[in-house]
Ligand binder design. Sequence first.
Ligand code: FAD
Ligand code: EPU
Length: 338
Amino acid sequence: MEIKKNYSLKSLHTFNMDVDGKYFCEVASVAELREALQFAKSQRTEMLVLGGGSNVLFTTGFEGLVIKINMAGKEVVREDEKYVWVKSGGGENWDRFVAYCVDHGYGGIENLSLIPGCVGAGPIQNIGAYGVELKDHFESLEFYHFNSGALEVFEREDCNFGYRNSIFKNELKGKGVILSVTLKLDKIHVLKTGYGSIQQELVKLDKDVYTISDLRNVVTSIRQSKLPDPEEIGNAGSFFKNPEVSAQTFSSLKVDYPDIVGYPIENGNMKLAAGWLIDQCGWKGFRDGDAGVHAKQALVLVNYGSASGKEIYDLSEKIKISVKEKFGVNLEREVNVV
Ligand code: FAD
Ligand code: EPU
């Protein structure tokens, strides 16, 4: 395992800022990870774990060791007549993992198609899209603790999964590495088609029976029509989470803003569409230099080329303030700011 110095992180994160890691290495095994930790200890330097870099904003370079996770491999570890348990290395590309599952007839995560990044980062914010969250099919993961060097298995109830949240984004943030993830997938498929325009798009296929592969294709094409491709325009997907308000607050907002977009959640509160709130504040399509707000999705902040992380961060602050002033609603960032 090679440690590189003053290494450019530009191609290793989807906002594409030209920032350096003071030290950089890639690890594909626990042995290599241990070597990296030993190096960081000897240099008394901080560590930053990176998967696909699709949920980070670098406001500055990283003055420590950046560790890119490359643990590979996919295998069926168990199956019965209804389910199949598939284990994946944390460094596998998430969308390629979804494609592998769909191709083998393992159902459940097809709605999570085309989410960028690696399998190991999926549990961190309990990735979600089109009516499905990772936790719905989560079985367990293996976590390597930096301090103790212990390898611990986390089951679903240990992970404190919530909307775009888990123990790994809170108490265990920066405390270790998710080495692998095991999901429990369906042999008997239950297609979730209730979200947004999925059903309308499926109908266009003009078939009697839809498959998980059809669903993957439809979700992929809806996403391609709405979200900017990080290969073309730097971004990290939704910059903020959709905020939660009480049913009472929602009713009062509805009086002033009859078109406000919100839906009820399990605890009786309402989830508001942050994209709608930001859009109503006039930010959609905004651009200042190379920092901007995507023209088709106001929840996505974009780097058109040479915006700095600080410029994107400052823009996000302005957006937060204007949403607070207009609607009295606090926005919380989804993206991990470094
Ligand atoms: P990174 O950005 O590399 O890391 C994210 C955080 O996790 C960092 O704090 C990092 O230190 C930590 N980390 C990464 N890997 C590990 C590991 N193995 N062990 C421990 N810590 C680790 N998200 C959704 O939930 N739903 C969506 O629909 C969605 N759509 C997106 C669309 C676009 C165009 C983009 C750019 C992003 C989107 N995202 C979405 C956000 C992002 O893709 C996910 O959060 C993804 O899981 C991040 O994976 P990553 O490997 O890129 O993580
Ligand atoms: N809307 C607007 N204007 C906008 C954007 C959205 O009015 O500029 C309205 C839409 O018309 C719609 C509502 O807001 O009525 C919700 O929009 P959309 O369906 O695009 O979803 P979202 O809430 O903006 C969330 C996730 C996405 C996920 C999609 C699909 C969060 C923070 N974002 O977006 O996840 O892909 O739903 O399930 O929950 C991510 O986390 O990075 C991400 C992209």
